[in-house]
Design a protein around this ligand. Structure first.
Ligand SMILES: [Zn+2]
Length: 410
């Protein structure tokens, strides 16, 4: 591994140059007023071809909102000495818009190097890991080492706007690329120390409650039925969900399921009218061990109980219902191999964790491929003056190389 580290240190300047080239090609989806990822992905395909992959394939998802008519997903593969589980590293080419330009100290699409960091839109999310994955392969080749197992790099489009034309499209049309025993890394999140491996997420459930009473003048409440009073009691009663689904799973932060009343729609415009209709929302993040249908049923029972008590009606409409994918096992080969690589390169002990929101890895997990989210990541993504520490890019490349070079995987 020392030779790989040495080579990567020598290649640091080239890593920065690749970052500079990529930053100069804004890849924004049509939702963000862009022409997609074609130019950036074509550039990448050309760059990757110099690493002599055994196969290089463009998977184009049709999209008539962009001039070229498609959104490109690039897959490069290198053969290993033997068949068996492959190593995959998946990164995305698209970026988010710069946001308020006055908040940027430099042009977002012109790379700036300063005090061991690089600045520009996309340098962290997701070019940091994208460049690291390419230089992992490059360093292995330069060291004259042969890959024990097949390695694939995937560069997907449309990550920032839902992945329908990115990873989801790839999995719908080319699922055969991947196998359940493969080691799949999605380096698009993590912690600053490079020690957090995300393996699981909570289900997301959003419910809309429409409560109907009877509007009247505030001076004669007996003539109507105040929907807001019923809502107040309903929100308090819905807190019982915490007890009904009270399991604790220390994998997550927070370690419990959460049930939060969030949005409430405006009701009457004036103070002296008793409202006859109120709408509020509950955002729930449910631990994977629970059936989301059970949560809906209990929320309904609680709300209807309160409604009956106050003589109002309640209609419950499900909004976003994103059931969590099966977690990647803590003992999955990808977790073990990655932990060992982090130990070898960084001298640190990694831990596994879960998240309250969804990740791209969930698309893999939903179809039976255990994937992990990991990288050395500072929270500069999507921000003005997005930046990436150069050393983290080099270290992550060494860790990817170590994972690729792992011979025995079980
Ligand atoms: Zn990202």
């Amino acid at each position: 591994m020392d030779s790989i580290k040495k080579i990567l240190n020598e290649l640091t300047g080239e890593m920065i140059e690749l970052q500079r080239d990529l930053t100069g090609i804004p890849a924004l989806g049509p939702e963000n007023g862009g022409q997609g990822e074609k130019e950036k992905t074509d550039f990448l395909a050309n760059w990757v071809s110099r690493l002599v992959p055994d196969s290089l394939e463009m998977i184009n998802a049709p999209d008539d909102r962009v001039a070229c008519g498609y959104r490109p997903n690039l897959v490069a593969q290198w053969k290993g000495r033997k068949s068996g589980p492959k190593t995959w590293i998946l990164t995305h080419t698209d970026v988010v818009p710069p946001g308020g330009m006055d908040l940027w100290e430099t042009d977002p699409y012109t790379l700036m190097v300063k005090d061991g960091r690089i600045y520009g839109r996309g340098v962290e999310d997701n070019q940091h890991a994208l460049v690291s994955s390419l230089f992992a392969v490059r360093a292995i080749r330069q060291a004259g080492l042969t890959l024990p197992r097949d390695v694939g790099l995937v560069f997907v489009a449309d990550e920032e706007t839902g992945s329908a034309l990115g990873l989801r499209y790839v999995l719908q049309h080319h699922r055969e690329l991947f196998g359940p025993a493969d080691l799949i890394l999605v380096p698009d999140g993590g912690n600053e120390e490079g020690t957090g491996i995300e393996i699981s997420e909570k289900s997301l459930l959003q419910l809309k409650f429409t409560v109907t009473g009877k509007q009247c003048h505030a001076s004669t409440p007996d003539k109507g039925n105040n929907s807001l009073r019923a809502v107040g009691h309903m929100i308090v009663e819905l807190d019982r969900l915490h007890g009904l689904f009270g399991a604790v799973d220390e994998l997550f932060k927070p370690a419990v399921s959460t049930f939060e009343p969030t949005k409430i729609e405006a009701n009457v415009p004036n103070i002296n009218t008793i409202p006859g209709k109120d709408v509020f929302y509950l955002d729930s993040r449910v631990l994977p061990q629970y059936d989301v249908d059970q949560v809906v049923a209990q929320a309904r029972a609680i709300a209807e109980g309160v409604a009956a008590k106050f003589g109002v009606t309640v209609e419950i409409t499900p909004g976003v219902d994103a059931r969590c994918a099966p977690p990647t096992s803590e003992s999955a080969p990808v977790v073990k191999v990655l932990k060992q690589a982090i130990r070898d390169i960084l001298g640190k002990e990694a831990f596994v964790y879960g998240m309250g929101g969804g990740t791209v890895a969930a698309f893999f997990r939903h179809v039976g491929f255990p994937a992990v989210v990991w990288s050395t990541s500072e929270p500069t993504a999507h921000q003005p003056n997005e930046s990436c520490p150069i050393q983290a890019m080099v270290d992550d490349a060494a860790i990817f190389a170590q994972v690729m070079l792992q011979d025995a995987v079980s």
